[in-house]
Design a protein around this ligand. Structure first.
Ligand code: NAD
Length: 367
């Protein structure tokens, strides 16, 4: 497609989206803006954008597509500014924020003016930020949720998907409220619990230093997401407040229930609690082949092409490094890569990371 694409926020997500747009639409002109001069310079240097502008108005005026990839609080402010600007009649606007209801509400003045705003959330990420971390294949096979408001025509959604086809993501259209409920349950609330577990361990580690040592491995693994950006998660909680308050209430009730079972030593019901959880968990798609505790996981950020897995395992086999499990993560939100290989020991994991770095330029993370 031809036209001008204006990307506001040239960080990990904005930079990666710009790369994907350029890949699929080489004739499009990509204009970028960012408060960080460093990210603007880097994006220009890396060829992520064709030109930069120092005011939103300069970029927005002639844009056919505007993509906002800034923190959600900033998205809300920028949408209000865009509503006061003269934009092209058929401009499409989308964002990449992790919450959708408040964002789509903030876009109401634009939508009322007849502008097509379609909320977006590419469910892929990394612990890194900034333009330097941007990658063309960041969103490959990741879910990309789109949340058009009721008044948005189907054709506009299809047009946005065409613009974003270079992401090779799996697009799903849901309502903003459904988006926030789904991500609240499977992502936002688990982040709160993970951080809560870490804080509890920290509290008890003051009494006994062995806590930190024993928390290596499994505990570290199940609380991995607690290492994500605190600023981003603060914003997410504030923007998904109602859903999270409801989930917290449910959780407190659940904890009260279990507390009662433990206090009354109700062994049958305690068994039922764990059995029910196990049945549902074992049935989750990514664990369909049986969940092995993910001790000593190595995350490898790989491009998606036939033979990639045998290439990687081939290098490991050459060096006699044995693996205990291998899996591909489909929902990549906040997960540090797409291919996860588990090892028996940490020594094997470190050897594997070194081996892969010697043979390839794929990023490996010992999360
Ligand atoms: P990032 O920190 O890498 O990039 C954000 C960029 O926005 C920075 O370069 C910053 O300077 C710029 N910025 C901030 N305020 C601005 C403003 N008012 N005008 C212009 N530029 C501004 O962050 P990111 O990971 O790319 O996240 C961007 C958005 O994507 C957030 O809304 C986040 O919720 C969402 N998101 C993040 C992930 C993830 O895992 N990182 C995943 C999915 C969605």
């Amino acid at each position: 497609m031809k036209g001008k694409v204006f990307v506001i926020g040239l960080g990990l997500i904005g930079g990666s989206l710009a790369m994907a747009v350029r890949h699929a639409h080489p004739e499009a002109v990509i204009v970028g803006a960012d408060l960080s001069e460093k990210n603007v310079q880097l994006s220009t240097l890396l060829g992520i954008i064709d030109e930069s502008v120092s005011s939103l108005e300069a970029g927005a005026r002639e844009a056919d597509l505007i993509l906002l990839a800034v923190p959600v609080n900033e998205t809300v402010k920028i949408l209000a500014q865009l509503a006061d600007m003269d934009l092209k009649n058929d401009v499409l606007i989308s964002d990449a924020g992790s919450t959708k209801d408040t964002v789509v509400k903030a876009a109401k003045p634009l939508i009322d003016k007849g502008v097509a705003f379609i909320g977006g959330h590419p469910m892929a990420g990394s612990h890194k930020s900034g333009a330097a971390a941007a990658k063309l294949h960041l969103f490959e096979h990741a879910f990309y949720l789109l949340t058009p408001g009721d008044s948005i025509e189907e054709e506009k959604v299809e047009q946005l998907k065409r613009w974003l086809q270079g992401t090779r993501a799996n697009f799903l259209v849901v309502s903003p409220a459904t988006h926030d409920k789904l991500t609240g349950v499977i992502s936002h609330f688990p982040h709160i619990v993970a951080s809560g577990l870490v804080k509890q361990a920290e509290h008890y580690s003051k009494e006994n230093k062995l806590i930190s040592r024993l928390a290596a491995g499994g505990f570290r693994d199940i609380t991995r997401i607690a290492s994500s950006s605190p600023e981003m998660w603060r914003d997410i909680l504030l923007h998904n407040r109602d859903v999270l308050l409801e989930l917290m209430n449910d959780w407190l009730n659940e904890m009260e229930h279990i507390k009662g079972l433990v206090a009354s030593e109700d062994s049958e019901e305690i068994l039922r609690f764990f059995t029910d959880a196990k049945i549902f968990r074992d049935d989750l798609p990514t664990h369909a082949k049986g969940a092995i505790p993910a001790f000593y996981d190595l995350y490898i950020d790989i491009p998606d092409y036939a033979g990639i897995i045998s290439e990687i395992t081939g290098y490991l086999a050459q060096e006699g490094i044995s693996i205990t499990n291998i899996r591909i993560i489909e929902t990549r939100e906040e997960i540090y890569g797409v291919l996860v290989i588990s090892f028996q020991t940490d020594v094997d994991r470190i050897k594997a990371a070194e081996c892969i770095s010697r043979h390839t330029d794929y990023e490996t993370i010992l999360a």
